[in-house]
Design a protein. Structure first.
Length: 119
């Protein structure tokens, strides 16, 4: 099982970035996909989740109207489009996959990609 994030970099406030996560080794279309972010101050927090039907089910208040998650089940990828970036968006961003059954739950994490918003 692999989740590999890419696209993180240094960007100026007000700029945009698109993160991508490539999945392999599991049935991607059966998993809800999320982006989390982590800082030393706040720990790890959920940014947004997209379900298996391609519907965004959760978005953190701090990023509403600025970030959008999307998935491509044919390519086994999930993206995070980030616009109007702010310094407080600086964090390591992680891709997360979750499958929840009646009695079992499986989840997988990527290694993270650094996003720095600074002038």
């Amino acid at each position: 099982v692999r989740l590999v994030e890419s696209g993180g970099s240094l960007v100026q406030p007000g700029g945009s970035l698109r993160l991508s996560c490539a999945a392999s080794g599991f049935t991607f279309s059966s998993y809800n996909m999320s982006w989390y972010r982590q800082t030393p101050e706040k720990g790890r927090e959920l940014v947004t989740t997209i379900n298996t039907d391609g519907i965004t089910t959760t978005t953190a208040e701090a990023v509403k109207g600025r970030f959008a998650i999307s998935r491509d089940n044919a390519k086994n990828t999930v993206d995070l489009q980030m616009n109007s970036l702010k310094p407080e968006d600086t964090a390591v961003y992680y891709c997360h996959a979750e499958w929840v059954g009646h009695v079992r739950r499986y989840d997988h994490w990527g290694q993270g990609t650094q996003v720095t918003v600074s002038s």
